[in-house]
Design a protein around this ligand. Structure first.
Ligand code: SF4
Length: 434
């Protein structure tokens, strides 16, 4: 029996990939271990969206040199978006690495482990985690066709490839039998789901199909692109009972010229009109966004347009990042990174301070109200879970709530989370894992 450790950084897509690779290794009679340095198989699942993430992976991979020296039989693998056109460079820099795998391309590692273990994997079975979380991720579309000028994803994850509805429904049914209550349908751009499939279904069709899986209580989807979020999709989210009223709708910037330079394909007014349409269809919707500050050429007044948009929309959360040029992207080739680091930090701090106040106000208004919370786990004696609009709630009470949907009265609020007391648990037994 061999042990494995998969270290993951970056987006939920990477988390889902790691879970699936873990499922494959378990079928090869390997077991997970929390101690990376002691594992027989060490996989680093990498991210290149920001320089900081890439540096962190490089640091970890470098530190595994001594592990490989002490235990040469250890398999060291690098997976994910760092593995791309520069693999030869990586091979030269990290010669102690046995396998380099692009996202979702586990084949080389699987074959190596099969040879070492003397067993073969049945590739006809879907790869799903053997011990999935109550709320788990299901990749529905890989890659991205958008080529936003700042983004490396289309170069590393390739063009869009949707998975057929029937395959996804089967996977969700299997997850439900293993105790999963909530699935998040994942993709870089889930709203373009299906255009490459024979009958060209869309995300609304898929949501409808997954909504019909009996033991699943909640369905989410991540991430959306404002250009592809059709009225049909908005209507489906509003209409379908299990689909939660939560949308992450990255705006990236609030100024039309910056949006055009990013090649996002929409204007500020079009974005705001879409937000209005979503809020009319779902008045209590949870809305989050992504923003990049300090994009090449962004002036102070253009940044103020972003501040203004965030102030107007009043998002529940803003994922913000300072622009960092990613080699190989259009922006890296054509646009000088001309906003100073100091200026980027100041813009980031200003946006963060404003958004913290907005989130504080939004969450404070929830004190005294009651919400349905799906309990996902327990930490330091407190249960935690999420409301349908995706608010993180810590729940007091010693009862065993894991996997249950609980009515919770909110008693305290901070900009980042809520706290409450359980009023009653729905009578949902925890299914036995099979
Ligand atoms: S939509 Fe744009 S930002 Fe999102 S993954 Fe695709 S290219 Fe990157």
């Amino acid at each position: 029996m061999k042990t494995y450790h998969i270290w993951t950084i970056g987006c939920q897509m990477n988390v889902a990939d790691s879970e699936r690779l873990g499922a494959a290794l378990e079928r090869l009679e390997c077991s997970p271990t929390d101690v990376m340095e002691e594992a027989d198989i060490i996989v680093l699942n990498s991210c290149v969206v920001r320089q900081g993430a890439e540096d962190k992976v490089a640091g970890r991979l470098g530190s595994l040199k001594s592990v490989k020296r002490q235990r040469p039989e250890t398999i060291v693998a690098l997976m994910g978006c760092m593995v791309g056109p520069n693999t030869d460079e990586l091979r030269a820099r990290f010669p102690h690495t046995d396998v380099f795998m692009r996202p979702q391309e586990y084949g080389d590692l699987i074959r190596l482990v099969e040879a070492r273990q003397g067993v073969c994997i049945d590739s006809s079975l879907p790869l799903i985690p053997s011990r999935p979380s109550v709320a788990t991720f299901v990749p529905i579309i890989h890659g991205c066709d958008k080529f936003c000028t700042f983004c490396i994803i289309p170069y590393r994850r390739g063009r869009e490839r949707s998975r057929p509805i029937a395959e996804l429904v089967t996977e969700v049914e299997m997850l439900a039998r293993r105790g999963v209550k909530e699935v998040t349908l994942l993709g870089q751009n889930v709203d373009s789901y299906g255009h490459d499939l024979p009958d060209q279904p869309d995300l609304a069709d898929l949501l409808e199909a997954v909504d019909g899986v009996q033991a699943i209580q909640r369905v989410r989807f991540l991430t959306s692109h404002p250009n592809d979020m059709s009225p049909r999709i908005v209507d489906a989210v509003a209409r379908l009972d299990k689909v939660c009223e939560f949308i992450n709708l990255p705006v990236q910037a609030g100024d039309d010229d910056v949006l055009a330079a990013m090649r996002r394909g929409y204007t500020r007014e079009q974005y705001l009109a879409l937000v209005d349409r979503i809020r009319v269809a779902m008045p209590g919707v949870g809305l989050t966004t992504d923003v990049i500050v300090g994009f090449p050429g962004e002036t102070r007044s253009q940044f103020q347009q972003t501040m203004d948009l965030v102030r107007r929309v009043r998002f529940d959360k803003v994922h913000m990042a300072m622009y960092s040029p990613r080699p190989g992207t259009i922006a890296w080739r054509r646009q000088a990174d001309d906003v100073s680091q100091k200026e980027k930090k100041e813009r980031h701090a200003a946006l963060e301070a404003m958004q913290t106040e907005i989130a504080r106000e939004i969450n404070a208004a929830l004190v005294g109200t009651t919400h349905e919370v799906l309990i996902e786990g327990e930490k330091d004696g407190r249960w935690h879970g999420r409301t349908r609009p995706n608010k993180l709630v810590y729940v007091d009470g010693g009862q065993r709530f894991h996997g249950e949907t609980v009515q919770v009265e909110i008693t305290e609020a901070s900009p980042y989370s809520l706290r409450g007391r359980a009023l009653r648990a729905a009578a949902t037994a925890i299914p036995v894992a099979i």
